[in-house]
Design a protein around this ligand. Structure first.
Ligand SMILES: [Zn+2]
Length: 344
């Protein structure tokens, strides 16, 4: 079980050095598109920490990871009535007592990137910026993730044909120009990574954990492709930040290479990567030199995750989780945000 005494009972106004990390291996379950301007993002980096051969890796930028996770959490907050289903509108007025805009359903309006409510678990955990009326930095940190295997083995370009109704590619002598080549990330491509929550309460950390476990769809939002599974390697509670995604990816690559598990043209099985990661992470943590209150892994981690999944399998369980998280975000809002915005 997670050591709940590690967590703050209330989110502090200033950094207090309690970091809750979730170590994951993200795996594509279908052809995914993580691209900017039509191309997959790549980086030239060393294959491993020991193996310094240069490798081109696929990259998954920070926002491509956190945005879908945020949106999953926000969807739940709306479903369970913690934020309004209504959008921000001109006619809405602020409720004097709470300083919140309420929707027709009586819940606070939290319109993403339009008018943040500044008090829900999403606003407090992932942050917001609203012109001169205030901003809150994200307490959830993540960084660019790198594919474990090389770009060459991790992508596939498809030609997406858009034929005429007859099924042919030409009509009256002219060939359709509706042919579009798209570069996709292959299924079973692994992206090792760390998600960090600075100074959370246990309820807000569980809120984030649940978002990550539930998010399946990453990448270009206009496509139906791009499902992923987030495998949890461990949860680390410490007094400082731990290793980077790149360090983790390279160290895992070295270890898998030594085991003969890297074959240039084949994906690495997630089970194999998870097992090896279980051996790599403890030594990386030792090298980080941070004080680790808890490193939850193996059977104990499985029990914890299964317990959380069990709770969120019922509506009552989700309601309870969101109520606790909302209590903590609201407390933070009342103590530090409401006062500040009144002062203006
Ligand atoms: Zn909000």
């Amino acid at each position: 079980m997670i050591t709940t005494t590690f967590f703050h009972t209330a989110v502090p106004p200033r950094p207090m050095g309690r970091y809750a990390h979730m170590i994951v291996i993200r795996e594509t379950d279908s052809y995914a598109l993580f691209q900017t301007d039509g191309e997959l993002n790549t980086a030239r980096v060393a294959a491993g920490q020991r193996d310094q051969t240069m490798l081109t890796r696929l990259t998954m930028f920070k926002r491509k990871q956190t945005t879908p996770e945020r949106l999953i959490g926000r969807e739940l907050l709306r479903t369970y009535g913690f934020i309004s289903a209504d959008q921000a509108g001109e006619k809405q007025t602020k409720e004097a007592a709470t300083g919140l805009y309420l929707g027709k359903d009586g819940a606070p309006i939290c319109d993403y990137n339009v008018r943040f409510c500044m008090q829900c678990p999403d606003c407090i955990s992932y942050g917001f910026a609203i012109g001169d009326s205030g901003s809150e930095k994200s307490k959830v940190y993540s960084d660019t993730a790198y594919s474990l295997t090389a770009y060459e083995a991790s992508h596939e370009a498809f030609t997406l044909n858009a034929p005429y109704e007859s099924g042919t590619m030409s009509r009256q002598g002219s060939v359709t120009s509706r042919i579009n080549e798209q570069d996709h990330v292959r299924p079973q491509t692994l992206f090792p990574g760390v998600i960090t929550f600075r100074d959370p309460t246990s309820a807000l950390f569980i809120y984030m954990l649940n978002n990550v476990l539930r998010t399946r769809r990453y990448g270009a939002q206009t496509t139906r492709t791009g499902t992923m599974t987030n495998h949890v390697v461990g949860i680390v509670l410490s007094d400082g930040e731990i290793f980077s995604n790149l360090m983790f990816t390279q160290s895992l690559y070295d270890a898998l290479s030594a085991e003969g598990a890297i074959h240039p043209v084949e994906p690495v099985s997630s089970q194999r990567a998870l097992d090896t990661a279980g051996q790599v992470v403890p030594s990386l943590l030792r090298d980080d030199g941070v004080a680790v209150t808890q490193f939850l892994t193996g059977a104990e981690l499985t029990t914890t995750i299964n317990d959380l999944r069990g709770r969120t399998r019922s509506e009552d369980g989700v309601q309870e989780l969101l109520t606790a998280a909302s209590h903590d975000s609201r407390t933070y809002h009342d103590a530090y945000i409401k006062k500040a915005s009144k002062g203006k």
